[in-house]
Design a protein around this ligand. Structure first.
Ligand code: AMP
Ligand code: ZN
Length: 486
């Protein structure tokens, strides 16, 4: 089966041909570890996990190398370390922040059904030359200076964008346009306003490494050029690999600058043959932000979002119902619907062994630039036609377990009535007493015209699979009845 992928650089969907089919190589930019990952961060992780699974299927599990880095040097990390561990020496505080956050990230994405990548290098381990000789940042920067692509000025080492004639090809931002449109004051030490930092000096209370340019720390982009070359160098000694991915906010400047660094340091015509970018996720129709109050972490979703801990399988499937290049609107309604859909599929799979091979229709849809909405349509078809073993195999292949024990929805203790932290499962006996209490609280809220609260409670009940009916009794008094949604 031919795999076709959309490439951001050439703006076309092309047949994917690996440089070396015995070692297909993919790099995806990973998290900056200073805080819980949000559900937007989960999107590239899930999307490229599906691609990883497909590549392993097509080329063999031992013939795919997937690298996803961990960014553990960043000024946001320094700020967080100083805030959270004010009594500790900075380096120790930074280590605590990054280790805790990285562990949390691994646990979160494992709950979303993602396989661990082949390598997950941490940036701080690739700053200085290494005992094992794998590519490091300081050596790359030295190469860029030696080849005339970088210069030292004003306490920084900068990449000289004018030394690269086709700088800007990925994002379509040519240098002339950038100059014409540049309103920002040019930093006096830069030859060109678009020149970007490879290395900068650190003050005493910033993390730093001793380098030929003084004690300092790397710029953001150089770490990915180093870690991709460290693990994905080709058999011909050329540092070109197959697929590079991330969210579309990374196209400029991050990926543009990775390309500039890698190509100029290695003297190659390209960094990766296919550039893939996932679209953005928003929540309930709005950009996710702390100030709007709609910022939602993976961890919250797994433990308590709108009154429930949602199974990772439902979160994963909900993400895959939208094509990866489209924007996705993450809503309670769609998640609810996805969860019910998955539940209804799995209701019939108890005891079914997925002996059957992954159905061709599923592989064909995935091979068409990861057309996961089409995959979901095919899963519906398998369910409708009772092809249980195939449905089970397809779900397993997508990283979704069909075990109903795991698909229940936890009613969170925080929304239940004081003193009763009951746990009910969707599809099983939902606690009548608990629901009755929700309904009573909603009736009270309606009586005092607090419709925001009454709507919120109704949403929580909807999320539990409970449907409300508002009516009037014989005396015209409002009454609410409920039933479990079928
Ligand atoms: P960051 O930690 O911000 O560098 O992001 C890690 C990854 O998550 C990158 O690939 C980003 O492009 C991606 N990402 C961040 N926010 C969103 C979002 N709202 N929707 C989709 N992807 C996102
Ligand atoms: Zn990167």
């Amino acid at each position: 089966m031919e795999l076709r992928l959309y490439d951001t650089l050439t703006k076309e969907k092309r047949v994917f041909t690996p440089i070396d089919p015995s070692n297909v190589r993919m790099y995806v930019c990973g998290p900056t570890v200073y805080d819980f990952a949000h559900i937007g961060n989960a999107r590239p992780v899930i999307v490229f996990d599906v691609l990883f699974r497909l590549l392993r299927h097509l080329y063999g599990a031992d013939h795919v190398t997937y690298v996803r880095n961990i960014t553990d040097v960043d000024d946001k990390i320094n700020d967080r370390a100083a805030r959270d561990f004010p009594g500790l020496p900075l380096n120790e505080a930074i280590r605590k922040v990054t280790e805790k956050t990285a562990d949390q990230f691994q646990a979160d994405v494992a709950a979303l059904g993602c396989l661990p990548p082949t390598h997950q290098p941490r940036a701080t381990e690739f700053v200085l030359p290494r005992a094992d000789g794998r590519t490091d940042m300081v050596t790359l920067i030295k190469q860029l200076i030696a080849r005339g692509h970088a210069y030292e000025a004003g306490g920084e080492v900068l990449f000289d964008v004018q030394s690269m004639p086709d700088y800007g090809a990925l994002s379509g931002r040519r240098l002339e346009e950038q100059k014409a449109g540049a309103r920002v004051a040019v930093d006096a030490h830069k030859r060109n306003p678009a020149d970007f930092v490879l290395w900068k000096l650190s003050s005493e209370n910033e993390p730093g490494w001793d380098s030929p340019w003084g004690r300092g720390r790397p710029g953001w982009h150089i770490e990915c050029s180093a870690m991709s070359a460290a693990y994905l160098g080709g058999p011909d000694g050329k540092d070109v690999f197959d697929i590079h991915g991330g969210g579309l906010d990374l196209i400029f400047p991050h990926h543009e600058n990775e390309i500039a660094q890698s190509r100029c340091a290695h003297g190659t015509p390209t960094m990766a043959n296919t550039w893939m970018h996932n679209g953005f996720l928003q929540v309930e129709g709005e950009k996710m932000s702390k100030s709007l109050g709609n910022f939602v972490t993976i961890n919250e979703l797994l433990n308590n979002w709108h009154g429930h801990g949602w199974p990772g399988e439902a979160l994963r499937l909900n993400m895959l119902r939208t094509h990866y290049r489209q924007p996705i609107d993450w809503t309670l309604e769609s998640l609810n619907e996805t969860h019910k859909m998955l539940w209804s599929w799995c209701e019939h799979l108890d005891g079914v062994k997925s002996i059957s091979a992954v159905p061709d229709v599923v592989l064909a849809a995935l091979s068409d630039d990861l057309n996961t909405p089409q995959v979901v349509a095919e899963l519906h078809g398998l369910h409708r036609t009772k092809r249980k073993a195939e449905l089970s195999a397809a779900l397993q292949f997508l990283g979704i377990t069909s075990d109903r024990q795991r698909l229940g929805r936890k009613v969170s203790a925080t929304v239940s009535i004081a003193g009763t932290s009951k746990v009910a499962f969707f599809g099983k006996a939902i606690d009548d007493e608990l629901i009755e209490d929700f309904v009573a609280r909603r009736t009270e809220a309606r009586a005092r015209k607090d419709f925001k609260e009454s709507d919120r409670i109704r949403d929580e009940l909807t999320a539990m699979g409970v449907v409300l009916k508002d009516g009037k009794d014989a005396d015209g008094k409002p009454v609410t009845t409920w039933e479990i949604a079928r």
